[in-house]
Design a protein around this ligand. Sequence first.
Ligand code: SF4
Length: 253
Amino acid sequence: MQNFNNIIMSVFGGREIELPLNIKVLMNLKKEFGLDEISYSELLKKVHCDEQSQEIREFIKNEVRKILYECKYCPLHLADCHTQKVPGEGSWNSPLMLIGEAPGFEEDRLGRPFVGRAGELLTVILNKLNIDRKKVYITNVVKCRPPQNRTPLASEVKACSKILELELEFISPKVIITLGSVPLNYFKPKSSIVQSRGQWIYERGIWIMPTFHPAFILRQGGEALKRVKWQVWSDFNRAIAKVKELKPDYDFN
Ligand code: SF4
């Protein structure tokens, strides 16, 4: 039987064409698990279903990581401050995804998202909500550390969206908490975080709650600190309540 690549090549007159990354992952999944008879839409349903096997989840996670580790879509991997790509981590079955901006020094050093001071604060917030950090999915819009921790450029966000889109497609979260203005603007361009925080956005069938980045909380003092802490706490509580409404059986512990 002709394989999918050959069919595509014959349709395009023998020319090699670049397949979308999600299709590449699904093709490899079909091959690995002998699922040739299943259509791509059925396969995606299988990937999203709750009873999906741990093996399928692990396979997809590893495929996406392979694509990430080989990625040269933008020049950030050449930056002097960059030592390694920082993949998302947590549950690939979670109805809740947290999205930050880009790795900082500690994240780049350890190859894990949200492990510096801001990450510690994020873990404290989750623990206070009785949520095990491992049961949510935590990632950044951009996966390589920008020089001097500057805000990622629009071109870098666009390039790295190829990876984020794979995470969104295969994890299929019900609720996203965006941390800071970069992820907010990914879903709702030209938005101000000050005006948008705490306001639900409903995009692509996902409820998105924008809030401040934990690093922003750490930069506050006095009355501003109290106010921002309360705002972030309230945004997290509303997002968790929404997850519990949409996915009451999901165990966060
Ligand atoms: S920032 Fe993203 S797009 Fe750019 S090289 Fe790193 S992984 Fe690739």
